[in-house]
Write a protein that binds this ligand. Structure first.
Ligand SMILES: NC(=O)c1ccc[n+]([C@@H]2O[C@H](COP(=O)([O-])OP(=O)(O)OC[C@H]3O[C@@H](n4cnc5c(N)ncnc54)[C@H](OP(=O)(O)O)[C@@H]3O)[C@@H](O)[C@H]2O)c1
Length: 221
């Protein structure tokens, strides 16, 4: 697929590396240091461009910048993203990682969706970048789980396949409003990894009994 990534930091480059390895075409964008962006993209085998270039031919656009930069990143392209799929990876973390800037009565997923009213936003927070950049993604003997939600079922399935391509296990939970719970769940993981000292080789997963294995599409909608 043609994938435009907005943000070329720890997460954006980790996703780019794994998506390129699966044969996807990747354009990296949105850095305050354009020569560095160019070097980073070239080293990975991706292309570098402006946000407008990254989104123009993309079938899936990945939000991999800080949540607080969303409005700036999307300001030139927000209204133009008709029917495009947006894979929103942002978690609205406080800068010191001590908690979330917003949550439970709204979410970064919903606030970002309001910036791109014509697009199909899918919230799916990937595993830690340290895992994406390491040889194996497996944690405790299996792939990390990624909870995923969005209002358009086709877009959710497409992002779920990309989540598999990066080596993680997608768990589709329902409509975009579930971002209100997906984001705090990932905040818990951040706290365990960094405040509680477990480190980044930790991940979420869902364990369910056989009677709960009724659907791989959605646990609740
Ligand atoms: N890192 C992880 O393990 C991880 C995992 C899951 C989700 N996430 C989410 O992914 C997003 C990106 O995280 P990250 O760790 O990749 O961050 P990061 O390493 O700091 O990268 C942020 C990217 O956004 C760009 N950017 C452009 N304008 C910016 C601005 N005004 N302020 C800050 N950055 C700006 C940065 O460019 P320059 O710095 O080159 O200018 C860089 O390419 C966050 O929303 C985070 O919650 C991260």
């Amino acid at each position: 697929m043609h994938i435009g990534i907005i943000g070329a930091g720890n997460l954006g480059t980790g996703l780019a590396k794994r998506l390129l390895a699966k044969g996807h075409d990747v354009v990296l964008s949105y850095s305050r240091d354009l020569p560095k962006l160019d070097r980073t993209a070239r080293a990975l085998g991706a292309r570098a461009g402006t946000v407008a270039v990254a989104v123009s031919s993309a079938e899936v656009i990945v939000l991999a910048m800080p949540y607080t930069a969303s409005a700036d990143a999307l300001k030139e392209v927000g209204e133009s993203l008709h029917d495009k799929i947006i894979w929103d990876c942002t978690n609205p973390l406080k800068p010191d990682l001590s908690g979330l800037l917003i949550g439970t009565n709204t979410s970064a997923g919903e606030e970002n969706a309001a910036l791109v009213p014509n697009a199909n936003v899918v919230k799916a927070i990937p595993p830690f970048a340290e895992l994406l950049h390491s040889v194996t993604m497996d944690v405790g003997g299996g792939p990390p789980g990624v909870f995923l939600c969005g209002d358009d079922a086709t877009s959710c399935r497409i992002v779920a396949n990309l989540v598999k391509d990066i080596g993680a296990e997608p768990i589709i939970v329902g409509k975009l409003v579930f971002s209100r719970y997906v984001e705090p769940a990932n905040m818990l993981l951040v706290a365990l990894a960094y405040a509680n000292g477990l480190g980044p080789r930790v991940a979420l997963s869902l364990r369910r009994g056989s009677s709960a294995a009724v659907s791989t599409e959605a646990l609740a909608v």
